[in-house]
Design a protein around this ligand. Structure first.
Ligand SMILES: C[S@@+](CC[C@H](N)C(=O)[O-])C[C@H]1O[C@@H](n2cnc3c(N)ncnc32)[C@H](O)[C@@H]1O
Length: 321
């Protein structure tokens, strides 16, 4: 691809990100538009390895190092003045946004499985989605679980089988290329930097911190490595008498298509239950893969069967009646 064509491809990605973040992160929407029109900044991004050029990672690295730039001009100056540190941060880090609010949808699927459950989450980040039984919920205002510092509010449409009680979790096991440790101040700062700035930011950071405190008290077992390679090791940790549940949310778009297909085949052949909350089409039979791989909603599925559409960062479940 010529340099111009590559810059235009990157610019299109930043414009798409601008549209995606317009409501939830207007500051990022404006910055992404500025980047799309700035050849120097696009040139910096183009110099990063493939897989490290996504706007979320680029903006999180800027934020981690010095806060959210006020506008395109400040962003451009900071990229010019701090290129080495920025590059090092992007190379050392990855998009690992860990959003406990996704548990409001996961809980509904888990409620359809006989327990006690041994959760095996692949792409777990810091493992904050491994604590669905430690959070409190409100589905259209109806409480489920005890009140606590993590309260997950969720609107629903259709006949969502909202569970009355929380599941019994016998094990919390995770796999990640790079597990994050919520007791490490740098990792926690990175998780905070990944939260988009905007109207729901304060609520998300408060939830992240409260969930991190729960995980710090009762750490999950996190294995380092690829989801396909480490799945057998993770399943070997499932205690006798518990139902193994392979779980993943917001992970498969990061996995190359051939590895994704191999992972899906592997899980289907295992004596486990399988809960996924992923972009359409990432699990076969859950829709068409959209441009950029993400789509406007996730699809919640159980054993490969689509159950609902859900919001990317939690808060909405539309049941597929
Ligand atoms: C966007 S985060 C989602 C984290 C968590 N599931 C959640 O929903 O809050 C995606 C995670 O998948 C991990 N990941 C990506 N590819 C992976 C692979 N091939 N094997 C294991 N983990 C992977 C990343 O390191 C990252 O922590």
């Amino acid at each position: 691809m010529t340099e111009n064509a590559e810059l235009e491809r990157l610019a299109a990605g930043f414009r798409a990100f601008s549209a995606e973040t317009a409501v939830e992160a207007p500051a990022y929407a404006a910055l992404a538009t500025a980047v799309a029109g700035d050849r120097d900044v696009l040139g910096f991004v183009a110099g990063l390895p493939a897989g490290k050029r996504h706007p979320t990672l680029f903006f999180a690295a800027l934020r981690f190092l010095g806060g959210v730039p006020a506008d395109g001009a400040e962003l451009r100056d900071r990229v010019a003045a701090d290129a080495d540190r920025l590059r090092r941060t992007v190379l050392a880090r990855a998009t690992q946004t860990n959003e406990p609010a996704r548990c409001a949808a996961l809980l509904v699927a888990l409620g359809l499985i006989d327990g006690p459950l041994a959760l095996v989450e692949v792409g777990a980040s810091a493992g904050l989605c491994l604590y669905p039984d430690r959070y409190g919920y409100e589905y259209d205002g109806r409480p489920v679980g005890p009140p606590g510092r993590v309260r997950l509010r969720c609107t629903t449409s259709g006949s969502v089988p909202v569970p009355r009680t929380l599941p019994r979790i016998a094990a919390r096991i995770g796999v990640d290329l790079n597990p994050l440790d919520v007791t490490d101040p740098d990792d926690l700062a990175w998780l905070r930097a990944l939260v988009w700035p905007g109207p729901v930011e304060a609520e998300r950071v408060q939830r992240l911190d409260a969930a991190a405190a729960i995980a710090a008290r009762e750490p999950p077992r996190l294995l380092t490595g690829d989801l396909l390679d480490r799945l057998p090791d993770a399943l070997a940790l499932v205690p006798a008498g518990a139902t193994p549940v392979v779980l993943h949310t917001a992970v498969l778009p990061y996995v190359p298509a051939d590895r994704r297909a191999a992972f899906v085949d592997r899980v289907r052949g295992l004596p486990v239950r399988w809960v996924a909350q992923e972009a359409p089409g990432m699990v076969p039979g859950t829709g068409e893969v959209g441009p950029g791989g993400w789509g406007r909603s996730f699809v919640l599925s159980l054993d490969g069967r689509p159950l609902a559409q859900t919001a990317h960062h939690g808060g909405r479940i539309d049941w597929l009646d």
